[in-house]
Design a protein around this ligand. Structure first.
Ligand SMILES: [Zn+2]
Length: 258
């Protein structure tokens, strides 16, 4: 029963603003929306696909992730909203954090909530086997900026994600992949997986296709923020044999100015 329900599940990106993706998960009749920064493209897509909105999952409080929530609630007043327990929201919601689970029986899915302080202090991800909605924590070949948390918090948050099964599909919320890959190549010019990813990503972007979702196995092979023990990265930094957290701090700071 659950298997047949999962077979019908689809996850599609709704582009918003300059480079955001609002992820829409649906089973043909009902939908879940992740981080709706803008209501208009979400409503248009729901109407186009004749879907009703069951739930909204919020990963963190930034406006480009929640700006559409109030308007969506006016249209779909029965939608359940889940948002980080350790952040403040002015809409009615279920506050969630570890070790909570968000159960969506209509979709045959249970999402584990993962606490990921770093980009914001209350940032969370939603994980169900092979599906990761990670907000602004992990990006294609990159990671989110440290607006509220410390480098150590972000480093540990990324480690939690790196420990998920490698087959996990990574649904990031920004199309930053190509820029991140160019930065990563600056650190690891001889990484053949990274060179291949650049080729594949350029092809996708040239065809105006999203570079996402990614997979954890691809991130582990190409994302410098998950590769802080990599010898070539250490060599590029020319800082000697510094600990992984120092590598992370250094490359996060470099990426801010890249
Ligand atoms: Zn953000």
């Amino acid at each position: 029963m659950i298997e047949s329900m999962q077979h019908k599940l689809q996850i599609i990106p709704i582009p918003a603003f300059k480079d955001n993706y609002i992820w829409l998960l649906h089973n043909g009749t009902k939908a879940v929306i992740v981080d709706p920064g803008d209501a208009a493209p979400v409503i248009a897509t729901l109407n186009q696909l004749s879907l009703s909105l069951s739930a909204i999952l919020v990963t963190h409080h930034h406006h480009d992730h929640i700006g559409g929530v109030s308007t969506l609630l006016k249209h779909y007043s029965n939608a359940a909203i889940y948002a980080p327990r350790y952040e403040n929201y002015n809409f009615k919601h279920h506050p969630v954090s570890e070790p909570n689970t968000v159960s969506l029986p209509e979709f045959g899915l249970d999402f584990s909530v993962i606490d990921l302080p770093g980009h914001t202090l209350g940032h969370i991800a939603y994980y169900s086997p092979d599906i990761l909605f990670c907000g602004d924590t992990l990006f294609g070949a990159g990671c989110g900026r440290l607006f509220e948390g410390t480098p150590e918090q972000m480093f540990n948050s990324l480690k939690k994600l790196a420990d998920l099964p490698p087959t996990t599909k990574v649904y990031c919320t920004h199309e930053y992949t190509l820029h991140n890959i160019n930065f990563a190549l600056f650190l690891e010019p001889n990484n053949t997986d990274l060179l291949q990813r650049k080729y594949d990503t350029e092809k996708l972007r040239h065809a105006s296709e999203p570079s996402l979702p990614s997979t954890l196995i691809l991130e582990l092979a190409t994302n410098p923020f998950l590769r802080c023990t990599n010898p070539e990265i250490l060599l590029s930094l020319q800082l000697g044999n510094i600990p992984p957290l120092e590598v992370f701090k250094t490359i996060r700071e470099m990426r801010n100015h890249y």
